[in-house]
Design a protein around this ligand. Sequence first.
Ligand code: BEZ
Ligand code: FE
Length: 312
Amino acid sequence: MAESLTNAPEVEKLLNRAAGLDQPGGDERLKRIVHRIATEMCRTIEEFDVTPSEFWTAVGYLTRLGHADEVGLLVPGLGVETFLDVLMDEKERRAGLQGGTPRTIEGPLYITDAPLEKGEARLDQDPEEGEVLFVEGQVRDTAGTPVPGAVVDVWHANTKGFYSFFDPTPTPQSPYNLRRRIETDAEGRYRFRTIMPSGYGCPPDGPTQQLLTALGRHGQRPAHVHFFVEAPGFRKLTTQINISDDPYLHDDFAFATRDGLIPELVRHADPSEIKARGLDAPFATIRFDFELNREAANLPEAVVVREHAKAA
Ligand code: BEZ
Ligand code: FE
């Protein structure tokens, strides 16, 4: 087709009416966004000669994606959650902000109101065979001053790659297993004991994996630990650290691995160290310090409003 049908006057009129652009009332910005999305959809159908059967297959797919509660899985899988980070980074850079721990995606597996503890916590409340991991560090501002009273909200998967509350296995975890909020001490320090996580994999029979497979992609994430770090007067940080020896470290289906978020993983097999920790097997440690940026009126909003599940 030489001429674009999407640009034809009758189609333009149709799309204007569909987005309410020919009507007073409603939200003007929303109208323009909906108009753009509908127009791009029509343009795509036209340019790729998408048949009606293919189109309704896609509609069925999106319906199943929603029913399976996997929209929040596909969005990072398509790189769009990372794009939001790239955009926020750029807006901050243009506003003159420098430094701070890099942000990376939140992902869809956070739940609110994990138990709050002071200074230190043990995350693995459900017994599991695995390598014990100790993580510790300090929260500081960009000038190096410690931030006491910051809340380090941490969550990660178990040794099988499943998150509590979202665990599909016949013996699911306790709701807050491997989830805690830790308030930093007077020196801005936090520490926790936990169990080494495994990487997450998309449900193999779910719609997200179905599309990834059709794109020739896998749905695996490297092992990682999530954090929100918040303190009054500072910008909220959403980030993750990676377990550095994971084979998917630089092949994350959700595109969350970033320089500055791969701390050294130290393995300890010395019997005296093992004994000193009260353990009977080798363990691992990670040190990771967070650098928070101060809040300022000219900066884009750092708190992302997003629906979260609640365990209780
Ligand atoms: C995760 O954090 O484990 C995750 C992130 C994006 C998609 C799926 C899982
Ligand atoms: Fe995760």
